[in-house]
Design a binder for this molecule. Structure first.
Ligand code: BES
Ligand code: ZN
Length: 403
């Protein structure tokens, strides 16, 4: 009998090859950081370069990489995804960094803080002005569009189309509001993926920036439509609505605000690694990063907002608590992912202060993600809107509005 696990990855492999996903890497190896719970379920050959705590740095060929994607995608409950660190590892090898040291950088750390808590509430008037501009209907309309793509897979034409649509939406908003201080750009996801990340800079300042992001990609629709309404359509429309609110206000900020829609998060945080590398290369200083990934599902209609306490900065995460208590007044609690579950971890791993707010506690989040049932009918607009309020409060306070 052919088991599901053996045939699916093979079909997937042919499909991905036909999409050109591996055009640049067909004869090279993949280097991944994988949690033990995932690799223990994997019976194809791979080489372990290093092991530390519950994580391994592994090397495998493209065919077995595709098999691993199959294993990850067929998990009923997520135990942990892999980070695709191929490019970072290959470039670190030029400097002779050993594998153990390399892996160490990717081991999840509980919240760390380098300095004392020194964030406050300083711009109540401006934040309330911005909050008054928030329109949840716009979020719902944008989510309807984003979840109508067959998929937003990082290597499909529809994934590329979704990135172009997001970029053109922001360009239209900037035009409608006569803004000349908005720069829209893309950062390519290496050479193996069609979908780039989309980056918008608001303001002309070169001071340390505030970054707000979400990932726009979904898994491939090879097995059926991938609407990705919650994962991460919700975060993506939060960032879009933040763009509309900021650009339609006449408020200006002392610090630049970067809005980012990452590509290829689902492929192992690939897009955000290229984004962070580009920020470093261009010497763009970044002070704080907030990330939104899944904000719409409310188990038992519970509107608690959850903050992740691993792979995040403790001080910044405590500040989110203060912002929620001040401006949103909803219950909040802490939970953990247990692994590098989204793009905030890429910033954290590179030494930046990053935080993430999330829809539910571990184990109670949207059970339909990564399936064709990740649709808007499962989602609460009120819950999503609370996270957009948080995005507005975060930028309104931290980017120093000019009054
Ligand atoms: N939106 C999820 C992250 C997530 C899922 C956070 C469940 C918390 C609970 C994200 O898109 C995702 O699927 N992440 C992957 C890991 C990634 C590195 C490929 C995962 O969780 O398996
Ligand atoms: Zn996902």
């Amino acid at each position: 009998m052919i088991t599901k696990n053996k045939i699916l990855p093979t079909l997937m492999f042919s499909f991905l090859l036909s999409q050109g996903a591996f055009s640049a890497t067909t004869d090279s190896s993949y280097i991944l950081v994988t949690p033990d719970c995932l690799i223990n379920k994997f019976d194809a050959p791979y080489q372990t370069l290093s092991h530390n705590k519950n994580f391994s740095l592994i090397k495998l060929n493209v065919e077995n990489f595709t098999k691993l994607i199959g294993v990850r995608n067929s998990q009923k409950t997520l135990c942990g995804g892999f980070i695709n660190v191929t490019d970072a590892y290959n470039s670190s090898h030029f400097s002779n960094e050993n594998s153990a040291l390399f892996l160490e950088k990717y081991i999840p750390k509980t919240s760390i803080s380098k300095k004392q808590f020194n964030y406050g509430i300083n711009h109540t008037k401006e934040v309330n002005q911005l909050l008054a501009l928030l329109n949840p209907d716009e979020m719902w309309k944008n989510l309807t569009k984003l979840s109508s793509y067959t998929d937003r897979y990082a290597n499909s034409d529809t994934g590329l189309g979704a990135a172009r649509w997001i970029k053109s939406q922001v360009e239209q908003i900037a035009k409608d509001n006569g803004r000349t201080d908005v720069t829209t750009s893309i950062i390519n996801t290496g050479t193996s993926y069609k979908q780039p990340s989309v980056v918008v800079k608001i303001g002309n300042s070169t001071k340390p920036a505030v970054v707000v992001g979400a990932h726009m990609d979904t898994l491939s629709s090879f097995w059926g439509n991938m609407p990705g309404a919650d994962d991460d359509g919700t975060g993506s429309v939060t960032v879009l609505e933040l763009a509309r609110v900021l650009l339609s206000s006449s408020m200006h900020f002392q610090k630049p605000i970067y809005l980012i829609w990452y590509s290829a998060e689902e492929e192992g945080l690939v897009g955000s690694q290229y984004v962070v590398a580009e920020f470093k290369k261009d010497n763009i200083p970044v002070e704080e990063v907030i990330h939104f990934d899944m904000t719409g599902y409310t188990p038992n209609n519970d509107k608690t907002m959850w903050l992740l306490s691993d792979n995040t900065d403790k001080e910044l995460t405590s500040y989110l608590e203060l912002l929620i208590n001040t401006y949103i007044k909803k219950p909040l609690k802490y939970t953990k992912c247990g692994y590098a579950c989204s793009d905030h971890a890429t910033w954290t791993n590179n030494g930046y202060k990053a935080a993430i707010a999330f829809e539910a506690e571990d184990g109670k989040y949207n059970p339909y993600i990564h399936t064709s049932q990740d649709t808007m009918s499962q989602l609460s607009l009120e819950h999503m809107t609370d996270f957009t309020k948080l995005a507005i409060a975060f930028t309104g306070e931290l980017a120093d509005p000019v009054s």
